[in-house]
Write a protein that binds this ligand. Structure first.
Ligand SMILES: NC(=O)c1ccc[n+]([C@@H]2O[C@H](COP(=O)([O-])OP(=O)(O)OC[C@H]3O[C@@H](n4cnc5c(N)ncnc54)[C@H](OP(=O)(O)O)[C@@H]3O)[C@@H](O)[C@H]2O)c1
Length: 280
């Protein structure tokens, strides 16, 4: 028996993961932070340990997806505490590429510290460490794509972005056969590293109109996040992400997706084609 609980079920990764688990006939439930009319989801918050413990009761395998919020590390501690109390057998956590508590950059350092919180529970773990998401273009960057100019403080350096549908497919594979992946950490990237200019060229081809990339300085990138009213910790994490991309650390290609799924990762052109409705 392997009863699965999916947290973050409404999100970019969670939505296709729920679809994949449903298609595979897995025994799974979902958790939401607020009640949704007509939904059978457990209602629990990462900020409320008793609610988590209740949602985790009877769960064998827990998919942990924590949002990028200032108290993310505390959310992780709360989930770890509740998972131990509820005797969860296996935790599958979406982390981030390069996660390492000793990392020189703030965001992978945070992701590594959170992985360590779960590693320290004594519960079997599997860490999924994705690169940047292609769906950022159809999400928070969609307005820039629609307006025809994408700005980035990335020095136009290559990044091996991944399609969230591949992350979801890997997560479904691991969640439905967790013992085979206990103690493993997978780096999930696309099958090629492209620069921002190469990606905006692909978007131009697929959308049939010009989308430009304009490089901005690290300082300008950080200033625009401050101007948008982002909390200081988020500004620090995302600025560190820009810095590590610009320094050339986000271009490595991993074969873990291909090895786990038995097919190549989805390419950026395919993503652009499939998500053009959000970009036009
Ligand atoms: N974007 C990237 O390029 C990238 C790259 C690598 C790693 N990541 C990591 O991926 C994660 C984001 O994944 P995503 O884009 O799939 O997430 P997302 O779309 O931002 O969704 C966040 C999810 O968290 C849930 N949530 C929010 N607050 C909650 C709370 N207090 N209690 C319980 N659930 C709560 C939401 O559920 P409700 O709707 O029920 O509130 C939602 O399903 C972050 O950890 C980020 O660091 C992102």
């Amino acid at each position: 028996m392997n009863k699965i609980l999916v947290t973050g079920a409404s999100g970019n990764i969670g939505a296709p993961l729920v679809e994949a688990l449903r298609a595979s006939g897995a025994d799974f439930e979902v958790m939401r932070s607020k009640a949704v009319v007509g939904s059978a989801a457990h209602v629990a918050s990462f900020s409320d340990v008793p609610s988590l413990q209740k949602a985790f009761a009877g769960i064998d395998t827990l998919f942990v997806l924590l949002p990028l919020v200032p108290n993310k590390l505390q959310f992780a501690r709360n989930v770890a505490q509740a998972a131990k109390a509820a005797r969860v057998k296996h935790i599958v956590r979406t982390s981030g590429a390069g996660a390492d508590p000793q990392a020189a950059f703030a965001l992978p350092q945070l992701q590594g510290s959170i992985d360590q919180v779960f590693g320290d529970t004594g519960i079997a773990t599997t860490f999924l460490r994705p690169a940047g998401f292609m769906q950022n273009y159809s999400g928070y960057m969609a307005g820039m794509v629609r307006a025809g100019t994408v700005y980035g403080a990335t020095a136009d350096a290559p990044q091996s972005l991944i399609d969230v549908r591949d992350i979801a497919a890997v997560a479904a594979t691991v969640l439905t056969n967790p013992q085979a992946h206990a103690g493993k950490a997978y780096t999930l990237t696309g099958s090629e590293a492209l620069t921002d200019s190469q990606r905006t060229q692909i978007l131009s081809d697929v959308l049939g109109r010009t989308v430009n990339f304009v490089e901005v300085s690290q300082e300008a990138g950080t200033a625009s996040m401050v101007q948008m009213g982002m909390p200081p910790s988020i500004v620090e994490w995302l600025s560190s992400l820009n810095a590590l991309i610009a320094a050339g650390y986000a271009g490595a290609v991993s074969l873990d997706v291909q090895d786990l799924l038995g097919r190549p990762a989805i390419g950026f052109r395919q993503f652009a084609h499939d998500f053009q409705g959000a970009l036009l």
